[in-house]
Structure formats: C-alpha cells, structure tokens
Design a protein around this ligand. Sequence first.
Ligand SMILES: [Zn+2]
Length: 167
Amino acid sequence: MGATACDVPRVCTICTHEKRAEIDRALLAGEPLRNIAQRYGTSATALHRHKEHLPRLIVKAHEAQEVAQADNLLEQVRSLQTRALSILDRADATGDLRTALSAIREARGNLELLGKLAGELQQEGTINITVSPEWAALRAVILQALNPYPDAAQAVTRALSAPERAS
Ligand SMILES: [Zn+2]
C-alpha cells in the first residue's frame, strides 16, 4: 500500500497497521497501551504517538462515507466519557480524591479528543460536510457528549458554526 493514513513526517506504524480499526477501538476503550502493544505486536510508544492521529482518522472515515465507523468511534468516546463521569460522581461522593482526580483526567482526555475532532472538521473546511445529514448527526453526537460541559460545548458550537467564507 502506498499512501499512509496520516500526513505526519514519519510513517506511523499503527496508521498503516492491518488491524488498525481494532487497535483504534482498543485505544478508545481506554485499554492499557501495554496490553494493546502486546496483542498487536507493536510498542506502547507507537500507540501513544498514534493516539494523536485518532481525530484525523475519525474525520477521514467520515469523509470516506464510512459514517457508521466514524459514528461508532464517537459513540465510544461518548460512552467512555459517561463512564469517567460516573466514576467521578462515585469517587466524589465517597471522598476518594485520588480516583476522582484520575476520572477528571480521563474526562479531560475525552474532551480533548472531541475538541481536536472539532478542530479537524473545521480545518478540513469542506462545505459538503457541514450540510450533509451525516454531518448533522455527527455534530449532534459531539455536542451531546459535551453536554456536561457547557463551556466546552459553547466553544465547540462556536468553532463549528464559524461563518462560512464565500471563496
Ligand atoms: Zn497513526
């Protein structure tokens, strides 16, 4: 295969991995990098680097009309977020600050991923994407995931509805 799935200077061994979809799912499910690395014969370092490519890959999947897959990935980020928040609630109630802090970190990571995704979508600057029904659904999913965070949701909404420039 010629082209790599992402335009980073060095070739990402995960982007070009034949089991990439499975690896992405494992990453989004929050599995420890070491476990994933072992299962797919790669390294935690490579996986860590590849996590940066996830937002772009989700967008690419969307562009390639693989909407189901893109929605699926978003869905997982969202359920991950729900889980992090419920852990946070429980830890908060029992005064378990250590767990609360790590849940907050998790939740923040998910938000960053969603934020980057929004940024990628914005950068693509594709007019089609903003008018397609698939995009509307995707956008709804993002905003729904950001529901507990009014500030973040507002920022994303602003970014997503930036005035379209007539070329
Ligand atoms: Zn990659």
